[in-house]
Design a protein around this ligand. Structure first.
Ligand code: ADP
Ligand code: ZN
Ligand code: ZN
Length: 829
């Protein structure tokens, strides 16, 4: 760029807001020469608010309106690299959202400080060095009120430039971002007290004690410390190292003293504070590194074929049956990539899976591996992000979809495990991107190879493989030549008629459960409904309790003694009489995981049962505990929703029960059949992963459904062919592109008007490719009515233009006053 040094410089920036455009700000002279594209700056926006924005270009063109000035430069080196910006742009463009929304999703909150960010005082913080006056002022303000927004703090402290001290205090661990405090924060240090070196002497310490005769609190504290630290023993040995650690909190608690008394002793230099690290996952479990396991002949063949495929296709699909050792192959590929000096991204659909996998990978790769996921404390995510920017970045990142946004510098391999999982797709909020597809773009933009792995490929990926767009490698034997599980179908309709069912369990399932428990084998039971019962119903008049905010019936939750809406989370007390006819006989209909857990206790009172569903896995600790207990045999039976179908690897599971296949097939979605197959095949794959063949009992109301046979026969290709025929016939992906248009509004009349307008405009452009508007199966959520329009575009259509038209439409409709409070967004694919 040729810049005249005397002229004013401007920066175009992206704000972390759902805004379409970049905004231009003037660069003050003192920072103008320091700002770079990809750096963050603080800018004022709207009514006395400020945000951290990312600079996307620097130029000299003065806009024809008055521009505000950049307030502050946050980074002297860019934190968004050009390659990342390319991905951001692709996502905003393809998924029809704004760059601001992508920015919001792409960075940990600690890097997006803005006036509305809330910070809290960290209870365990100890200053290691003297604080700057501005930092001290900030802390003082927070002492008075320990949680404040940055805007409030600014008013409180009247500091002109508030962000530098906020940032440095965040880095020092004195502050925390509010949002991370809720679930994730675990202190990483414990503040301890110790004797200063020069007082480690009997005579010295006695002299100090004598001097404290008139300061009873200090004396009490010191005596307590001397006892707790076993000082006399250490003095006898002349060895300071044997002093026991004494925590500050404990010391204050034991003596009942206020911190001020301790403060005086610290000032006198008798005692000092230090921070004792306590185990965070990462530092705690750095087991020694082990060598790679040698691959079996079948695995080696697959490995070699993958390398061959990569010579012609940058993407390869590994279709390997469950427990064939795909992970083992990934490990060898990772090893190869990092030996070549490239970085690896290992993408997983779900947080629950990272625990097992991280343990496996850490054993081999140690601290060359970084883990990045949304339930880690934000400070840790900032750490990972910054480390990736440094000149010693992680070689391998394991993470869920948001890790595609990390600043990779020499990405060479992307592994997408369980590529068929729909949880790769982000639903809300925007960007509504598909983690797998965005990762494929990321890899392509960086010249990296990609491996998609799964036992049950998505139809899209398998189609791409068969049509030659991707390479395809198949692995059809399990590691150790263990047989695939034997699947027995049980017709529960018939059994119910004959009254042979015991609650949700068929006699066949119960008998195998009994066997398994007797042989100390473990059992997984899969039911795709959480809560106690999916529905309550009046025996007499058929009344069903429904949510006041949404058009859905409520689920009974026994543990909280409430009815809960699974869409908006609202809870209601359990009624004891029908409000309609005053009958007292209210029935529970259907079985949720909670009820199944209860029923097992009735049948097998000795069995140790755990439940894994959304309700029991809200925090990292809780799901890690459940997995750990099952892995170590502390529980016998694991009941769960689709969470238990995911690629977990347990050694002693001999039996899997699918309690009701029908609940999966009744979903109104063109992918539900494919999904049902995948879930059943996957959960069945958890059985018999070592030595002995496992058993699966598949309970269903309609044993004639073709998908049931395909699952029993481990017949993926049969399912694929049948489904592809249907998709072609009814014109669904992968034979076309789908874009859903969602519109929401509190007022149903306004909404219908908006939907009709949108559909009319769309028909003018896209003709009969437009379907709807329709009301989706759940037509109202959180008091917002919903309408949906479907756009089906042929694969050959020019999408750039189509997207442009859709953007125009959105802008046009939302700019109309009548639709001001409407929501209107696209969901692509
Ligand atoms: P998949 O990912 O295909 O379901 P995994 O990689 O989890 O299969 O392998 C299943 C089990 O077999 C794992 O416990 C794994 O440790 C073991 N295994 C697979 N391949 C090997 C190998 N080459 N050497 C030792 N153990 C292996
Ligand atoms: Zn009734
Ligand atoms: Zn609701």
């Amino acid at each position: 760029m040729n810049i005249d040094s005397s002229a004013l410089l401007y920066a175009d920036v992206i704000l972390p807001l759902p805004l379409d455009n970049a905004y231009t700000y003037a660069l003050p002279e003192q920072i103008a020469h320091l700002v770079q594209v990809g750096s963050r700056v603080i800018v004022p926006f709207g009514n006395r608010k400020f945000y951290s924005a990312v600079v996307i270009s620097i130029h000299q063109q003065k806009p024809d309106y008055t521009v505000k000035e950049v307030l502050e430069l946050l980074d002297e080196r860019p934190v968004v690299l050009p390659a990342q910006m390319r991905l951001w742009r692709w996502i905003a463009d393809y998924y029809l959202c704004t760059l601001g929304e992508v920015y919001k999703a792409a960075m940990p909150s600690g890097m997006k400080l803005e006036s509305e960010s809330r910070v809290v005082l960290c209870p365990d913080y100890v200053a290691e060095e003297a604080l700057k006056p501005s930092e001290q002022r900030l802390l003082d303000a927070l002492m008075v009120k320990s949680e404040q927004t940055i805007a409030e703090l600014q008013r409180e402290t009247s500091l002109r430039s508030i962000l530098p001290p906020v940032r440095s205090l965040l880095e020092k661990g004195a502050l925390l971002m509010k949002e991370e405090v809720r679930h994730t924060y675990k202190p990483k240090v414990e503040v301890c007290v110790r004797l200063s070196k020069r007082f480690f002497d009997e005579a010295e310490i006695n002299q100090v004690l004598d001097g404290l005769k008139r300061a009873p609190l200090q004396e009490k504290l010191l005596i307590q410390y001397i006892e707790d630290s076993h000082l006399s023993a250490a003095l006898a040995l002349q060895n300071m190292v044997v002093l026991k650690d004494v925590s500050r909190r404990e010391l204050l608690r034991a003596t009942g003293c206020a911190p001020a008394a301790l403060q005086t002793l610290l000032k006198k230099g008798v005692l000092e504070l230090w921070q004792k690290p306590i185990g965070r996952l990462s530092s705690q479990m750095l087991p020694q590194q082990v060598a790679l396991s040698p691959l079996s002949p079948a695995q080696q063949a697959a490995f070699d074929q993958i390398l061959v495929q990569w010579q012609q296709h940058s993407v390869c699909l590994l279709h390997g049956v469950t427990s064939s050792g795909k992970t083992e192959i990934y490990i060898h590929l990772i090893q190869q990539a990092i030996e070549q000096g490239r970085q690896v991204l290992y993408l997983l659909p779900e947080i629950v899976l990272t625990t097992q996998l991280t343990q496996r990978l850490k054993r081999v790769f140690g601290d060359r591996l970084g883990v990045y996921h949304s339930r880690y404390p934000d400070a840790e995510r900032v750490e990972v992000y910054q480390k990736m920017l440094s000149d010693k970045p992680y070689d391998i990142i394991v993470g869920v979809r948001s890790s595609i946004f990390l600043p990779f510098q020499r990405l060479g391999l992307v592994i997408i495990d369980e590529e068929h999982e729909t949880s790769f797709k982000q639903q809300d909020p925007a960007p509504r991107y598909h983690g797998r597809n965005a990762a494929l773009i990321l890899a392509a933009q960086n010249g990296a190879r990609t491996l998609l792995g799964t036992a049950t490929p998505s139809l899209e990926s398998y189609h791409n493989a068969l049509s030659g767009k991707y390479g395809l490698v198949t692995l059809s034997t399990r590691y150790g030549d263990v047989q695939l599980p034997q699947i027995e179908v049980v017709d529960i309709k018939e059994l119910r008629r004959k009254k042979l069912m015991k609650g949700p369990f068929s006699p066949q399932l119960l008998s195998l459960m009994r066997d398994a428990l007797a042989h100390r084998q473990q059992i997984i039971l899969f039911q795709n409904r959480r809560g106690y019962a999916p529905m309550m119903e009046c025996h007499v008049c058929g009344w069903v309790p429904r949510c006041q905010n949404c058009d859905v019936s409520l689920t009974i939750h026994r543990s909280t003694r409430a009815l809960t809406c699974h869409y908006c989370g609202a809870t209601y007390p359990l009624p004891s009489v029908c409000p309609n006819c005053e009958n007292r006989e209210l029935r529970n209909r259907g079985y949720g995981t909670e009820r199944i857990e209860d029923d097992i206790h009735d049948v097998f009172p000795e069995a140790r049962v755990a439940r894994m569903d959304l309700d029991t896995t809200r925090t990292r600790q809780s799901y890690e505990q459940i997995l750990h207990d099952f892995q170590t045999g502390a529980t016998d039976i694991l009941v769960g929703t689709q969470m238990v179908t995911k690629g977990l690897d347990f050694q002693h599971v001999s039996l899997v029960g699918i309690l009701n296949a029908g609940t999966m097939l009744s979903q109104p979605d063109f992918r539900s059949y494919e999904r049902a197959f995948q879930m059943m095949a996957q959960v069945a794959g958890r059985a018999g992963r070592r030595q002995v063949q496992g058993h699966v009992i598949l309970q269903t109301m309609d044993s004639q459904e073709p998908v049931i046979n395909q699952v029993v026969g481990h017949d993926y290709t049969g399912m694929y062919r049948a489904q592809m025929q249907e998709r072609e016939l009814f014109h669904f992906p992968p034979f076309c592109r789908l874009i859903y248009v969602y519109m929401k509004h509190r007022n149903e009349r306004v909404l219908d008007q908006l939907a009709a307008d949108a559909a009319r405009f769309m028909r003018q452009v896209f003709g009969n490719r437009v379907l709807g508007p329709d009301t989706p199966p759940v037509g109202r959520i959180q008091q917002m009515h919903i309408r949906k329009i479907i756009l089906k575009v042929e694969l050959t259509a020019p999408m750039t233009e189509a997207r442009q038209r859709l953007r125009q439409l959105q802008g046009h409709l939302l700019s109309q006053p009548a639709y001001k409070s409407a929501q209107f967004y696209y969901d692509v694919d």
